[in-house]
Design a protein around this ligand. Sequence first.
Ligand code: SF4
Length: 434
Amino acid sequence: MLAAMSASPLTSRSPGDACARSSGDACPGALRLHRADDGALARIRIPGGVLTPRQADALGKAAERFGDGELHLTSRGNVQLRGLTPDCGAELAGLLDEAGLLPSERHERVRNVVASPLSGLDGLGSVDVGPWLTGLDRLLCESAGATALSGRFLFALDDGRGDVDALGADLTLLGHDDGDALLRVGHVDEVLRLPAAEGPRAALTAAEAFLDSARETGAWRVKDLPDADAAALPAEVLRRLRRTGTTVTTGRRPRPLEVLPPAHGPVVGGHRESALSVGVPLGRLVPAQWRLLLSGAGKLRLTPWRGIVVTGIGPGRTEGLSAGLAEAGLITGPGSPWAGVGACIGRPGCAKSLADVRTEAGAAVGPAGRLPVYWSGCERRCGHPHGEWIDVVATPGGHRISHVRGDLATATTTVRDDPAALAAAVATARGART
Ligand code: SF4
């Protein structure tokens, strides 16, 4: 074991960052499949994670017909299909299109939008982000310029509770107590304040301003801009909004660093409809689990924490649905040892991986810990959490465990070839309640 010395910048790259700028943005999509070791991979963007029953059914069919049968949830509330046959592209696209999952072929990879998954369901939050979501998606798909956004540029629609605001999106719309919207450009604490109805158009204006700012450097995200360009961007967005007649002022709203996913279990506090928040161990759903999720619901909302909020559950059905989902291996209440445990695809699906981290994560599952843990097969850490978390990375010298806060990581120990010691070290790092 190696004792940790000091904090250092987390050198991870975000999901899809394997695409080098010199080689263009090669992030996978529904139409541009990525060749992985376990077959072709499709990433289907689901703005806000919202799926109608018909769309959810189509995804399940696509996974079973063309792939490994499983739906893999991503850290942006999207879905990946893996193990696809190499020649399934046209049929897959046809199936997704028919279900309304491909409203614009040219925009399919830029519809990266996360949204507060409990918005409008639990009585919290200042706004219902539903209208923002449909408005922004429509504007994006109508914008020729937006096709230049990279496949990893992220919009967040936060109803004011601060959940998806903590995810470090490029542009974040926030609900404000007086009914206005706040627009955060990048990660700064200064925000623009404008009428809520103008929110989606303001977000698109900000994205266009980013694209103009990034023209010379080819930056894919706001954080990739040179410091001076990133610092100047909010003022440029303000200028453009005023030019279009939008009433906009400036203010300050510190970005939350603590990430608060929805608690697992029945959603309480709302009056409109019954809903259930479900966790998905390692983000993998087999066909039987997916069918069960669809059995009692109106819509599904996939969360950026690899969970699902089942909405529109029929009267008196929540308890039975919850019991069935728990029996099928999903998380439907507090105290599950799987809560907060995540892993990248690892071996054998990813050629870069040094370990079968999903199996290792499962073997190390123990008493629930205070902090989430994420296992990665290499230093890229695809799909890692945000905020404060425990990082377990497979390295040539063993599994390195670090405590991450924001962008800083403090290595605590490295464990080599000793699964029991590894599990114990992870539990200690997470602050497990034994
Ligand atoms: S091993 Fe994991 S973190 Fe590394 S590239 Fe593959 S999926 Fe990403």
